[in-house]
Design a protein around this ligand. Sequence first.
Ligand code: BTN
Length: 244
Amino acid sequence: MQIIKLNATDSTNTYLRELSVNKELEDYTVVTANHQTNGRGQMGTNWESQSGKNLTVSVFKDVSWLGVANHFFISMVVSLSLAKTLNEIMVMNVKIKWPNDILSDNYKLGGILIENIIKNNQLKASVIGIGLNVNQTIFDNLPQASSIQNITGRHFSLEEILNMLVENLMYFFNELQYKHAFVELKQAYDDKLFRIHKPSTFKDKKGNLIAGYIHGTDAYGNLLLLLENQVIKSYGFKELELLY
Ligand code: BTN
């Protein structure tokens, strides 16, 4: 595994993406940073992380073998890899808040920002950005955020967690590429969904509140909601936000 350790950069995702333009990268090339000056989250948000306390990492993955319609399986693989890593270090009750926030006991421990490189309408590679809160203990103005240390009471080596995470990414990507485990991985992902089959409140993009039960995801990663009128409706990534 090729690893590039940076002290500071704007965003490991931006760094790795730019690097991939100028250079042929090895599969699973990893970039880590102690500090990001412009860490990016989903939907144009910022990702805040105390310097040196957490994992802020991006992984370059060749996904030229995956059909573009199946791109959500990248998200599933990464979410499952993070969940497995957390289970291995005894973090309990790990859930995936759709589409890919990683929670334990209702607190967000990690987030994922996937940026795909597509050419001629075909997937080429994916820049997989992962922010995982490890040893940070104070989260000002982020009441839903927590860390592995806060949950377990233990301090962890970032390097150790990164190695486990990359190994788990390799495991799940291999399941997908060589064993075509689409059905099994989707099932494993759905089984870990936060609030599955529980009454939940959502906000749509117009700000309307919607009540429903999470039923699972469809083949494209849309969230299936069982609404009050017993109809199952599917919602895309940017259409819906699950409120806590
Ligand atoms: C989210 O939950 O909104 C996604 C957060 C993703 C943060 C990581 S940190 C490493 C990588 N570089 C970035 O700029 N973002 C991702």
